[in-house]
Design a binder for this molecule. Sequence first.
Ligand code: ZN
Length: 158
Amino acid sequence: MAIREVREIGDEILTKQCKDVTKMTLRTRVLIEDMLDTMYERFGVGLAAPQVGVLKKIVVIDVGEGPIVLINPEIIETSGEQTGEEGCLSVPGKWGIVTRPDHVKVRALNEEMEEFEMEGEGLLARAFCHEIDHLSGNLYVNLVEDGLHDVNYEEDEE
Ligand code: ZN
């Protein structure tokens, strides 16, 4: 287990299309463990493989209900709408307002390469959309409605 360097906006790898995972290998298992460690270390709610420099369709998410690992995920259903704040470990110190569906159903493989479906609402639905966007090279900064804002760290410390 290890913390990996998080690539930041401007790094070309964040704009590239990721490839399907075709089989589970030790290397991929280690990658997933490292992605979880890196996400928790940086207090993120999600992390996609290209953010640690690997162009594979792997996403990890934890919105406070335990870790979720999605391999080759696809969004198969959406409904509703939510507008709220979004940030990204690859765009440090910034946030923006993004509108996303409020209910999202995904189909993916787990670490045993077994297919499953999962539904999320609110923050989890937002995380599904944000992280899966990373796999096709899309960052939330292209979706913000009112530009990017600076995180006010001083306010957080009060
Ligand atoms: Zn992100």
